[in-house]
Write a protein that binds this ligand. Structure first.
Ligand SMILES: [Zn+2]
Length: 458
């Protein structure tokens, strides 16, 4: 039974989907004014795992993640480099896709850009004005009236502080739904004059368009709880006149030298740089070793350590490649699967899931050392199965070595030498076989012969 920690209630709750075996997930995506950093990597890797785990549990997942392709920072940046907004954001979206792909993050079911949904946003704002949840202020902007929504502040757990403002400050916390455009600024026509949407309304409008109903799960980084998600909730519940989201999930921040890392923080580590040094598996392992809600104090040394740990994992995975092993779940093999699922069902306790996989790796290595190869291969296939649920081992099982030997030429060379050596052994040409073993050693490759085959690793 899956339990999820709900930010709204601050409790772990039993997950029950609205529709049987279907789950609706919305995660606030990237504002494309700059390339994605490790904070994005953490959030979107985590929700990638939520997506993968639900699929593994047999759910059909509808996962929507928006792209904010218009806001103040985008306008500022594109003006600064004198580039047209559309080509500016297009370049960043392209890089975002490359980054996420290199991190083995599955594509969401839908990935709408805000500028493609201006009409939907205008329609939602019109209804909110009609319902007296929104009004036009003196400057001509459309604002949401927070006092029109009695549950405002619940997500942040500060309900009473918000609506107690004095009369002269009554609009203090009201937020913009539609911003009147300044001269020559990018704008769209609306009943309230030329302008552009405020930040929060886009997610409410896109949610309505894709789900038209209460969402099972809404997620994002915890820097979005306030004001973004609080405001989204206010808009959507006033529009729907019913509950907007059943489970709110938020990932913790990454902290660099005691500074919280968010999209406003300039000195960031970009994914496109990080991926040059570490594989997707190393980065995943690093983030998943901490509970998703907790902060991570970024330390590159830990990534280096994980790189070494994962060599053992790959050694184990390597045992079952090309074996066409039928992974069947008989009773004795369910032990690790059950432990793994128990951890994941406890509000996605990925550090515990990683620990279970590490124990599995230890077991495989012990079995291998005891020359119990059949058993080692069996547990290796299980490691592959469970690791894949966490998005590890992003390679075809036939070519898994490519993940840690990025150089395809080297991979082919190793394979060729092993084939030649096996041939020499068959013909009992022992000198030649020894010579080829030496050759492999010079490449840093260790081999282990069994009766029928040759295993290799670093
Ligand atoms: Zn959002």
């Amino acid at each position: 039974m899956l339990k999820i920690f709900n930010t709204l209630t601050r409790k772990k709750e039993i997950f029950k989907s609205i529709l049987q075996k279907k789950v609706s997930i919305y995660v606030c995506g990237v504002t494309v004014y700059d390339n994605c950093h490790i904070g994005h990597a953490r959030t979107f890797i985590f929700f990638d795992i939520v997506n993968r785990y639900f699929r593994n549990l047999g759910y059909s997942v509808k996962y929507v993640r928006n792209i904010t392709d218009i806001d103040d920072k985008i306008i500022e940046r594109s003006n600064l480099i004198k580039k047209n907004i559309i080509s500016f954001t297009k370049n960043i979206i392209n890089q975002m896709n490359i980054d996420f792909n290199s991190l083995n993050i599955l594509k969401p079911s839908f990935e709408p850009c805000v500028t493609s949904h201006i009409v939907d946003i205008i329609n939602m704002i019109s209804v909110l004005i009609l319902n007296k949840n929104a009004y036009i202020d003196k400057k001509g902007d459309v604002l949401f009236s927070i006092k029109s929504y009695e549950n405002y502040g619940q997500l942040l757990h500060k309900k009473n502080n918000f609506n107690s403002s004095e009369n002269n400050n009554i609009y203090k916390n009201d937020f913009v739904l539609w911003k009147k455009s300044k001269n020559n600024e990018i704008s769209w026509k609306s009943p309230w004059g030329d302008g552009r949407p405020g930040w929060h309304i886009e997610c409410s409008a896109i949610n309505y368009l894709y789900f038209k109903n209460t969402l099972d799960i809404h997620g994002g980084g915890n820097d979005l709880i306030f004001p973004h998600h609080e405001n989204e909730r206010a808009q959507s519940e006033c529009f729907y006149k019913k509950k907007f989201v059943n489970y709110w999930m938020h990932t913790g921040m990454i902290i660099l030298k005691n500074k919280k890392m968010s999209k406003s923080f300039g000195n960031t580590f970009l994914i496109k740089d990080l991926i040059n040094y570490f594989s997707s598996d190393v980065i995943r392992y690093y983030f998943l070793s901490t509970k998703y809600k907790h902060p991570i104090y970024y330390n590159v040394n830990n990534l280096i350590k994980i790189n070494k740990i994962l060599k053992k994992w790959y050694f184990c995975i390597n045992l079952s490649i090309n074996k066409n092993f039928n992974f069947s779940l008989n009773n004795s093999s369910l032990y690790y699967v059950n432990l793994f699922k128990k951890a994941m069902n406890d509000s996605f306790n990925t550090p515990l899931a990683i620990l279970i996989l590490s124990n599995l790796v230890k077991k495989i290595i012990i079995l291998y050392d005891m020359k119990k190869f059949e058993k080692a291969i069996f547990f290796s296939s299980k490691l592959y199965y469970l690791g894949s649920i966490l998005g590890f081992f992003n390679f075809n099982i036939d070519s898994n070595n490519l993940n840690y030997i990025k150089n395809i030429k080297l991979y082919k060379k190793i394979k060729k030498i092993i084939q030649k050596r096996n041939h020499a052994r068959k013909l009992k040409l022992w000198d030649k076989a020894d010579f080829l073993r030496e050759k492999l050693l010079k490449l840093g490759i260790h081999i282990q012969d069994t009766k029928n085959e040759t295993f290799w690793n670093f």
